[in-house]
Design a protein around this ligand. Structure first.
Ligand SMILES: NC(=O)c1ccc[n+]([C@@H]2O[C@H](COP(=O)([O-])OP(=O)(O)OC[C@H]3O[C@@H](n4cnc5c(N)ncnc54)[C@H](O)[C@@H]3O)[C@@H](O)[C@H]2O)c1
Ligand SMILES: [Zn+2]
Length: 428
């Protein structure tokens, strides 16, 4: 009888590495002689097509856009749909749930709502607590959605990320219709191919690349946004303009004041051009699912994601991106890449739009000298960024407005100087 405390020694590995290597070589040789089979090289090509629609009154019965976009073939039953709605959006739209139900009834030959719309918390709370994901999976299972069914996600970028992840992982992928209701979601997060939730204190740690079936941008939804969310989404437009399109940046700079005052026609132009640039990048970069180490669209994001975490998500994503861009633009200037006049134009445009470029979390008080120093914890964002992307660190900087430049090394002293320069009392 073997005493329980004694481990069973079924295979004793030789402790000497040379003996082990000889043994492994002998085994490999035997295998290759007896069992050698050539590798089978597999190549799969998959094409994705989806439309990003622009409309008004999406769920008014006189607007057939959504119902027609998913119309079943003739003589087929209506398409099964489950709707998930952002609670923060809903607060401003009394009667919205009834409107969805009426819409589905009106187009009952095209669509069937499988259950009453599910409501999830708006904002980062949706992505921070895994119970929301579990609830969605339970509902999808409960109503029996299949891969040919549709989940329509209505809300801000956070809710779309959560619902997109739930849809992508149930049955390995249910068709997703996105209805973005914030500026950021309409011009960036809602039109792309990513989803995800936060875990282990890291943004988007869990997630997939999964293109939507279709996207429906309704400008009317933006009317109820508070000023922070109205402004926040414009950060992503500035980001894509700064790295890709100088004319677009000039247009934003020229209209910054009226955009800040909520001119809807100008916002429409901003969203359309920004969405177009994002979509072009995804289609033409040759790396839609970010297999490489480079992620140009994440200009300003290494610091942004870390600042979101350091501020316990007090900052909106776009607000953090504006700070991240201010930091990386300042660093680009200090590194001699970006001309001073262009750096100042970027900073003043961000300020005219109403963005703050500094939060106290960017600094910490030195324990010995009690002076304020750049927060070393912010730089953990660089390591997390590299870990998230894989491969070598690849950062997008600017060598001019509209001209991004990728670098692989960081001068921490210059970054500290850049942080110090962004303090409101230093910055004019
Ligand atoms: N998947 C991607 O490619 C991608 C890209 C960029 C950002 N993101 C993610 O998007 C999220 C940020 O999205 P966001 O900026 O849309 O903010 P958000 O989703 O956090 O929403 C902000 C607030 O606005 C509320 N809201 C939504 N629509 C409203 C409306 N029409 N009127 C009034 N209130 C409304 C929400 O309830 C929430 O309280 C972050 O989690 C970010 O990581 C994802
Ligand atoms: Zn972003």
């Amino acid at each position: 009888m073997i005493a329980r405390s004694q481990p069973l020694n079924l295979w004793s590995a030789p402790s000497d590495p040379l003996v082990l290597e000889r043994k492994l070589k002998r085994n490999l040789k035997q295998e290759s002689e007896q069992d050698y089979l050539p590798a089978i090289h597999q190549q799969v090509q998959v094409q994705f097509n989806y439309a990003v629609h622009f409309t008004r009154g999406l769920f008014q019965t006189q607007n057939p856009l959504l119902a027609e976009a998913i119309a079943p073939p003739s003589n087929h039953p209506p398409q099964s749909i489950l709707a998930v709605v952002d609670a923060g959006f809903l607060e401003h739209r009394k009667g919205f749930l009834d409107q969805i139900t009426q819409y589905a009834e009106f187009y009952s030959s095209n669509i069937t709502l499988k259950a009453a719309p599910i409501i999830v918390p708006g904002g980062e709370a949706a992505k921070n607590d895994p119970k929301h994901l579990e609830k969605l999976h339970q509902e999808i299972n409960g109503v029996g959605l299949c891969r040919h069914s549709y989940i329509v996600a209505i809300g801000g970028g956070a809710v779309l990320d959560l619902v997109g992840y739930a849809a992508a992982t149930a049955h390995r992928g249910i068709r997703l219709l996105r209805v973005p209701t914030t500026v950021l979601a309409q011009n960036d997060s809602g039109v792309g191919v990513k989803n995800g939730i936060n875990a282990f204190d890291k943004k988007n740690f869990l997630g997939t690349f999964a293109p939507p079936y279709a996207v429906f941008n309704d400008l009317d939804f933006l009317k109820t946004l508070d000023d922070r969310d109205w402004r926040s989404g414009m950060a992503e437009a500035i980001k894509v303009a700064l790295i890709k399109d100088a004319n677009f940046f000039d247009w934003i700079a020229a209209h910054a004041q009226t955009l800040a005052q909520r001119d809807m026609n100008q916002m429409q132009h901003l969203i359309y051009r920004c969405a177009q640039l994002h979509l072009e990048h995804i289609a033409q970069s040759g790396d839609p699912f970010e297999m490489g180490s480079s992620r140009p669209l994440d200009f300003g994001h290494w610091a942004a994601h870390r600042l979101e975490y350091l501020t316990y998500y007090r900052l909106r994503h776009g607000e953090a991106v504006a700070m991240g861009m201010a930091l990386d633009s300042t660093y680009s200037y200090l590194m001699g890449l970006l001309p001073e006049a262009q750096w100042q134009q970027i900073i003043s445009t961000l300020k005219t739009l109403g963005f703050a470029l500094f939060v106290p979390e960017m600094m910490v008080r030195d324990r010995v000298e009690h002076s304020l120093q750049p927060n070393p914890s912010l730089f953990k964002g660089l390591a997390e960024f590299r870990e998230h992307l894989g491969g070598e660190l690849t950062l997008m900087l600017l060598q001019g407005i509209g001209q991004g430049l990728e670098v692989h090394e960081v001068d921490f002293e210059k970054y500290e100087k850049a942080i110090a320069l962004l303090q409101p009392e230093v910055m004019v």
